[in-house]
Design a protein around this ligand. Structure first.
Ligand code: NI
Length: 164
């Protein structure tokens, strides 16, 4: 299992690089990420969270097979928004409602490098947008208004002080 990095690590704030090699190494990386996501009881995990600054994330919603997204690009979003409580393995122990577009259209590649387009709504659209943010160095707490963000980070630092 890989270590999941938490807020404060610089790699979580970096813009990620495009993947252009679709060999067995990429498959092994994706498999390790899926295993780590399962171990941590997460429903999504992005490569920067394990210290790899590449455009890759994995998602596993209950009742589905795990999904791997290579070089994803959100190419469309609905005007309609929805709010839902989010958490993040990189900001452990804190949760907050985040407002995002309800539906998205995404282009991505498979582990073999094949391009595809996906339309998603509901939980899948939510998790994809959360993980997609990670590829841009954005964390869900950045999506909150300033007052709420400060309150959340205060709770986070209180909770995690003892671990450090
Ligand atoms: Ni996250």
């Amino acid at each position: 299992m890989l270590d999941v990095l938490t807020v404060g690590e610089e790699v979580l704030r970096q813009k990620t690089e495009k993947i252009d090699s679709f060999g067995p190494e990429l498959r092994l990386l994706a498999e390790a990420m899926i295993e780590t996501m399962h171990e941590e009881d997460g429903i999504g995990l992005a490569a920067p969270q394990i210290g790899v600054s590449k455009r890759l994330f994995v998602v596993h919603l209950s009742g589905e097979e795990p999904r791997v997204f290579v070089n994803p690009e959100i190419i469309g979003t609905s005007h309609e928004l929805s709010s839902y409580e989010e958490g993040c393995l990189s900001v452990p122990g804190v949760y907050a409602e985040v407002t995002r577009p309800k539906e998205i259209t995404l282009q991505a590649q498979t582990l073999e490098g094949k391009s595809y387009t996906l339309e998603a709504d509901g939980m899948l659209a939510r998790v994809i947008q959360h993980e997609y943010d990670h590829l841009k160095g954005v964390l869900f707490v950045d999506r909150l208004d300033e007052e709420k963000r400060e309150r959340i980070l205060l709770i986070y630092h209180r909770k995690n002080r003892k671990r450090k």
